[in-house]
Ligand binder design. Structure first.
Ligand code: COI
Length: 356
């Protein structure tokens, strides 16, 4: 159990208008920090005012990118309770990422206590308007001032909080997705399954291309043959083909194991749908579109929740899905998932955790 001290109290800022939150633009008054030194372990857990970090310009994170992050949300229920959604899953994934990046693990109970304590301390920042939540961004950086390429001996674990609305300006309206055929995001044996900041840096060039063409996001393909569908970067993807729901399997290790992805699979199976986790080629999806069996597609993610896909562009070959409208399965998943998250529907899987 951590002995979290409140270092000093910030002047409370004015809260942003909950209609204009967008994603990740506003931050709460305080943040959590805990340091690590080899031989000492994680130490000095504290809540301090949200402020700039002071680091040596030689800090290893700036040079070799030894950094990981997580993303989860806190939701306010109509009776004023604050719920976390499956925080154990994010914490488990955090430690899996840490293992891949040679960052020391954090005791899951300590990580949960840090998240709960900070969210509780900042509870007035959890917005109550429908569709809004408090996004929780834990991250770890290597802080040694050293230019040799090696595993760092010192780290900082930080948690910041941001009241958010929808990730895409479109909200739950379908997004247009550009299939990237030149660059790749991850390959087998690389860091694709880890939540490493570097994965996102590598994806920016594709995102920039997509932006220029008026697409919301990039669909990444496998790094070997550019044939099989991996993920969208900010989301995992699902396709409804005939009576089956398909999503890329995690076997190659190049796809992020999303908490929303896992939850959607569990929900869909509990409703009796046939969900297959397997390799899915772009050709297969285009063929299904041609023969009329491709019914809908959607992305899943903590930030994006359920994001229907209205259009795919593969090297100029454009297909429209479900007439560019939200499909029934996307809608049902969105309603049920957010229903559980905001405490409006019975939490039959025991996924939510009350902050206090
Ligand atoms: C999330 O869904 O929490 C993500 O990490 C996606 C993102 C904003 C990078």
């Amino acid at each position: 159990m951590l002995n979290i001290r409140i270092d000093s109290i910030a002047q409370r800022k004015e809260k942003p208008d909950s209609d204009k939150l967008g994603f990740g633009k506003y931050f709460t008054d305080h943040m959590f920090i805990m340091d690590y030194a080899e031989g000492k372990g994680w130490y000095d857990p504290r809540i301090i005012p949200f402020s700039d970090l002071s680091l040596s310009p030689a800090a290893m994170v700036f040079h070799y990118g030894q950094e990981m992050f997580e993303g989860l949300k806190a939701y306010r229920t109509s009776d004023g309770k604050i719920l976390l959604f499956r925080p154990d899953k994010n914490i488990e994934r955090m430690n899996n990422t840490n293992d891949r990046l040679c960052i020391p693990r954090i005791d899951p109970a300590d990580a949960l206590q840090a998240i709960r304590t900070l969210v509780d301390y900042e509870r007035e920042w959890v917005p109550d308007k429908e569709g809004t939540s408090l996004y929780i961004r834990p991250f770890i950086i290597a802080t040694d001032a050293a230019l040799g390429v090696h595993v760092a001996h010192n780290y900082m674990f930080v948690i910041i909080l941001s009241p958010v609305g929808s990730y895409y300006p479109q909200g739950i309206n379908p997004v247009k997705i550009y299939i990237e055929t030149e660059y790749v995001r991850a390959v087998k044996g690389g860091t694709g399954r880890a939540k490493a900041g570097g994965n996102y840096a590598a994806s920016l060039i594709g995102q920039q291309k997509a932006d220029k063409l008026g697409y919301a996001q990039v669909l990444w393909l496998d790094g070997i043959g550019h044939k099989y569908i991996d993920e969208v970067g900010a989301m995992n993807v699902f396709f409804v083909v005939g009576e089956e729901i398909l999503t890329p399997s995690l076997d190659d290790g190049s796809i992020l194991p999303g908490v929303t992805r896992a939850s959607c699979i569990e929900l869909l199976r509990s409703w009796g749908y046939d969900v297959a986790e397997r390799k899915i080629s772009v050709d297969e999806i285009y063929e299904a579109s041609k023969n009329g069996s491709l019914k809908e597609a959607f992305g899943t993610g903590t930030a994006a929740v359920i994001s229907p896909i209205g259009e795919l562009n593969n090297d100029g070959d454009i297909i429209t899905l479900n007439n560019g409208k939200i499909g029934p399965i996307s809608q049902k998943l969105y309603d049920n998932l957010t229903g559980i998250q905001w405490g409006k529907k019975e939490d039959i899987f025991d996924w939510t955790l009350t902050v206090r």
